[in-house]
Ligand binder design. Sequence first.
Ligand code: C2O
Ligand code: CU
Length: 470
Amino acid sequence: AAGTSGCSLFAGTPQPRLLPSAAPLPAPFRVPLPVPVIAKPTRTDGAADYYDLAQRAADLEILPGLTTRIRGYDGSFPGPTIQARSGRRTVVRVSNGLDAPTVTHLHGGHTPPESDGYPTDLVQPGTRRDHTFPLDQRAATLWYHDHRMDYTGPQVWNGLAGFFLVGDAEEEALPLPAGERDIPLMICDRSFAADGSMHYPGFADRPGVREPYMGGVLGDVILVNGAPWPELRVARARYRLRLLNASNARAYELSLSPGGTIVQIGSDGGLLTAPKPLSRLRLAPAERADVIVDFSAHRVGDHVELRNLAGEGPQARVMRFLVDRAEKDDSAIPRTLSVVERLDPAKARMTRDFEFTSGSLHGGTGWLINGRPYAPGRIEARPRLGDVEIWRLTSDVAHPVHLHLAHFQVLSVNGERQAGPPEWKDTVELRDAQTVEIITRFTGYRGRYVMHCHNLEHEDMAMMADFEVV
Ligand code: C2O
Ligand code: CU
């Protein structure tokens, strides 16, 4: 069986592959970091806040001097940031002004099935759909993005992604950096054609035939909030950075240069129990990490780079901070952040196995779960509402695995119990030939959801499965 021995077994399995830009790569740290606009509700009443997001094309200057046509929410990339509140119903109307069907998913949302963005719940051009998010969940950095079956890779690549921040009273009571010093950073790689347009491998209208990029598409330009290798001017103070890896297939190993500590305070599912000081932080596609970086040890005029130890050459850089002023800082990192219930494996009603491997698909190669390509409507697991279950996930090559609806905790990696306090995740990276056990409880809603690989090329080439909470 896959995953039981070393990775040499998978030597022939395609890995993510660099797609070089034809446009010249811009010099780093020349453009200021953009911060996505905060979406304004169109209406708010006793029951909910209502937002409109219009998917449309827009011409932006991403590479200096060139024009890039993006297809994004409200014609921006990243889309507007939605700032929502735990327990406060939020209704998002998405209208499709593009020339292709779309589906919007709130990643990390504890969402009823009809609003979750099931991959075939298509919104046709010229039509719209209302998503209702009860947000019966704790504060966390979430994001929304396209989820159209077989086309998520190109549609996210072209711009359909944005932040969705959920706040709550517990988090607000903490003295964390806030306001101007709480900044979402969407990190993603892209490639550009000579004329500046987004460059993505051409693909037939059939999944499974996109070789040689079936292992995943890596861009050679690293964007943060849509700008190539930007610079942010900061004060000598603490900053909260909400890191999101929105890349199709690239994983990052983030660190500060010339050194410094990244203090992680939150994960996919919100606050950790206690801050975690790190010298490097790995972020697979779709994962988030809320971190605090303290620039007070630096002098005015100092540069601090956010680097990617997993990348080479230009892809080893991400962005730069320029410390340019002193500023009063009342923030602090409390020693206790939150309480996270540890799910008890002894309470698990059952353990299910899922193998993530490559295999044949429509006469080509694709990505399968338990040997089967995605078939919408074919239910691969029926957990009961309220039940705790253990899911044992096994990989051939690396797969960032994401469950809709149910946040989970990592129990073990290759049989080794995870030490340390529990944390809530919605995406976990299986490295080459690994077995990762996760434990979760299915709460809130009955209905049909998906689990899939968040390497978007793998997802589009069928590495997805339905489960139904019954
Ligand atoms: Cu971020 Cu099913 O997706
Ligand atoms: Cu995968």
